[in-house]
Design a protein around this ligand. Structure first.
Ligand code: T1G
Length: 686
């Protein structure tokens, strides 16, 4: 059955694309659209053509699975030119998410009508690309240079209301899209409306606007290629004739599509979707019905977790041990919402609607109707076991009992209940209502439907979920502790805090290890290590951390840690005590300090991540290598243009990585630098 067909309603031809799941513009779709446009344009009985899609959305873009393969005609630019140049009015009827090439297809039409719930956008930068089918030339001509730059460089879709306001679409459909598009077409014919060809519009940018925008995105887009390529293409739209500008877009696009950046970002796009698939758990597994949620613990994590569910208007009960603690929790949650209201991200009414879903209690019996209960109490195994023992007595049959623990043994926690099949980990990252990553921890007894339900819930609350097995620190924190170990050892060996942080920042991390520790609180790691078995980590690597915390220097929250923080200027300077501590501890441990270059700093920290990541896959803690990439990109901001630690290792070359790890093993001992067996095995395949 063709993926593109035409149905006729009177003198109007409706071309319907039907290529599930998102009507991606595959070769078959492009060929079908080209053919149907030509047929209907030549049909004297057709006075107007509507371009629409079946299913849940108008075309959501080019078919990303075709990238990297030999191009097949007609290309998207080909059909876009064909559509714009026909003599029959073509009207795009948009619903769902008309994105990327899909929106560019709509821009080639003479008119656009959009369902009020639909969105349009050019998200190509998220794939390390720019719009490659005239979007950088048409959108600025339609909405102006500055609005176009924002849409293209942010990649963020816009609502129907905004699209109408900026002139990206001509009409909104308030009820039935097809009916209203037919009426719109008749109106255009009756008015003898001209064929609006965007290529014919000329525009110019306000003096300095392009350069100003380039500076505006410099920090956020640091290290990325695509946003700056997009600016060059839009600048061409504002300064060159259409066809000349199109050549600039094409050149920039072709450079990007074969770049390591785009290959890495496309890897992550598919990895994020693959992470939601668990071998052995059928995607048709019946899910548990989650109508009511409960959170135990009104600390920073508990409140942040609660907000995720309140945002989706799920009734939620928060339990704390005292009324005072509940009041503190209430003000924390109100504070989170008020911050969003003050930033204009939500209205007072929306805040109130969320707060209305929230109830507080000190009684476990009040949790007896909850379908999902998330424990977020103190990171102590005995405290958690007590909580789960109580939950086992009060929770309804079939309720999912989840712990937010960062590293404790959830098999052990599950064993303290009579229902281990209902126990899972839901490991959020602080701040829990903002950080996109959710580790769903599967114990040896977790029921398949509990895991499948958790994956669905993760999607509903807007998280990127990754399933992990049970080990110390699961995937994210286990890898992060190795990365932190090397940073701590480098500090003792002679590298300074700022040298280490600068190197990691230059690599593309959002901030260096010590800046991150000062922001999160050095004491969190110190406390976590107290629960670790002696010998399970290199304790000398964290002695500076321990000493700072012992003297009350826990980071930003106490004014100083690895840095001295100036709250007035929000600036920070290295804390000289750290160097003194490092020299003293190095001497006590017979460590000879030396100059250490940035390459060694980078390799020691990043290759430690890589090696541990391969071990996590090898042990079956992570289901696949790409899951590890998703965890570190979403959990710690590993630069998306490097694709995640294990994708990056492939791009460096596994043999080269292994060689360097073996050098570190020779220099620093095999305890921490024994190469992963999987890494050794895979390096032989390359
Ligand atoms: N090509 C191929 N497959 C795609 C796809 C695409 N563009 N978009 C989604 N899929 C698959 C996805 O892998 C998944 O597959 C299924 O569809 C459902 O997706 C020339 C060059 C549209 C908002 O970047 O943002 O056009 O896992 O799980 O959460 O200038 O998909 O089921 O096998 O994400 O409801 C530009 C990318 C492309 C949009 C739907 N377009 N897609 O979200 O479902 S480049 C994009 C999305 C381009 C032109 C340039 C989302 C969505 P599977 P899903 P969802």
């Amino acid at each position: 059955m063709s993926v593109v067909s035409t149905k006729t309603v009177g003198n109007i031809a409706i071309i319907v694309i039907d290529n599930p799941p998102v009507n991606a513009l595959s070769h078959a779709v492009r060929s079908g659209v080209s053919e149907q446009i030509a047929i209907n344009d030549e049909n004297d009985n057709v006075d107007a053509i509507i371009l629409s899609c079946a299913g849940r959305t108008f075309c959501a873009g080019a078919d990303i699975t075709e990238f990297g393969k030999p191009p097949m005609s007609p290309s998207l630019p080909d059909i876009i030119d064909e559509i714009e140049m026909v003599n029959t009015p073509v009207i795009a009827a948009l619903h769902g998410t008309a994105l990327g090439g899909g929106f560019e297809l709509a821009l080639s039409c003479h008119y656009r009508i959009m369902d009020t719930a639909a969105k349009v956008g050019l998200p190509e930068v998220n794939l390390g690309l720019i719009p490659g089918a005239s979007g950088t030339q048409r959108l600025p001509r339609l909405v102006g240079v500055e609005v176009a730059l924002d849409m293209i460089c942010s990649g963020k879709p816009i609502s129907a209301e905004k699209a109408l306001k900026i002139g990206a679409v001509d009409r909104l459909s308030l009820d039935d899209l097809e009916t209203e598009t037919l009426a719109f077409a008749q109106e255009l014919l009756a008015d003898k409306s001209p064929l609006k060809r965007i290529r014919d519009i000329t525009i110019e940018a306000a003096p300095g606007a392009i350069e100003k925008y380039r500076q505006k995105i410099a920090r956020k887009s640091r290290g990325f290629l695509a946003p700056f390529a997009a600016i060059r293409a839009v600048e061409a739209a504002a300064t060159l004739p259409y066809d000349e500008g199109l050549k600039v877009e094409r050149q920039e696009f072709m450079t990007l599509i074969s770049s390591s950046h785009s290959i890495a970002q496309r890897h992550l796009f598919f990895a994020e979707r693959l992470a939601g698939k668990v071998p052995g758990i059928d995607k048709k597994t019946p899910l548990r019905d989650i109508k009511e949620v409960a959170v135990i613990g009104g600390g920073i994590m508990g409140c942040g977790i609660a907000v995720n569910f309140l945002n989706k208007n799920l009734p939620l009960t928060l339990l704390e041990v005292t009324e005072e603690a509940l009041e503190t929790a209430r003000s924390k949650i109100e504070g989170i919402y008020l911050s969003s209201v003050n930033k204009g991200r939500m209205t007072d009414d929306q805040m109130q609607k969320c707060m209305d879903q929230l109830t507080f209690t000190t009684q476990y019996d009040d949790l007896s109707t909850a379908d999902l209960i998330i424990e977020a109490v103190f990171e102590d195994i005995d405290v958690k076991k007590q909580v789960f023992t109580k939950l086992d007595q009060v929770a309804k049959q079939g309720a999912i009992l989840a712990t937010n623990t960062s590293f404790l043994d959830i098999n052990d926690i599950a064993a303290s209940t009579s229902r281990p099949r209902d126990v899972i980990g839901l490991h959020f990252f602080s701040p829990a209502h903002i950080m996109p990553l959710l580790e769903i921890v599967r114990t040896k007894n977790s029921a398949d439907d509990a895991i499948a339900t958790a994956l669905k819930i993760g999607k509903i609350i807007g998280k990127t979920s990754v399933v992990s097995g049970v080990c110390y620190g699961f995937i994210a924190n286990r890898m992060s502790s190795c990365y932190g170990r090397e940073a701590g050892l480098l500090l003792l060996e002679g590298a300074s805090v700022s040298e280490i942080d600068q190197t990691l920042f230059d690599f593309g991390m959002p901030m260096g290890m010590f800046s991150m520790l000062d922001m999160a609180g050095i004491d969190i790691g110190v406390m976590a290590r107290k629960n670790m078995m002696v010998g399970s980590y290199d304790d000398k690597a964290f002695l500076v951390h321990d000493a700072l915390v012992a003297s009350g220097k826990k980071g930003q929250k106490t004014g100083s840690g690895f840095y001295i923080h100036d709250p007035a200027t929000k600036s920070k300077t290295e804390n000289p005590e750290v160097e003194e501590l490092a020299v003293k501890i190095a001497e006590e441990h017979g460590i000879k300090r030396r100059e250490i270059n940035a390459q060694e700093i980078e390799d020691r920290c990043i290759y430690a991540l890589i090696n541990e990541g391969f071990k996590i896959v090898e042990e079956g803690i992570a289901l696949r290598a790409s899951d590890v990439d998703v965890v570190f990109a979403h959990g710690f901001g590993f630069p998306r243009y490097r694709g995640g630690p294990l994708h990056y290792a492939e791009q460096v070359g596994l043999e080269k990585v292994l060689k360097r790890i073996n050098e570190f093993a020779d220099l620093y001992g095999s305890k921490w630098w024994t190469p992963s067996k999987l890494l050794v095995e895979n390096s032989r395949k390359n």
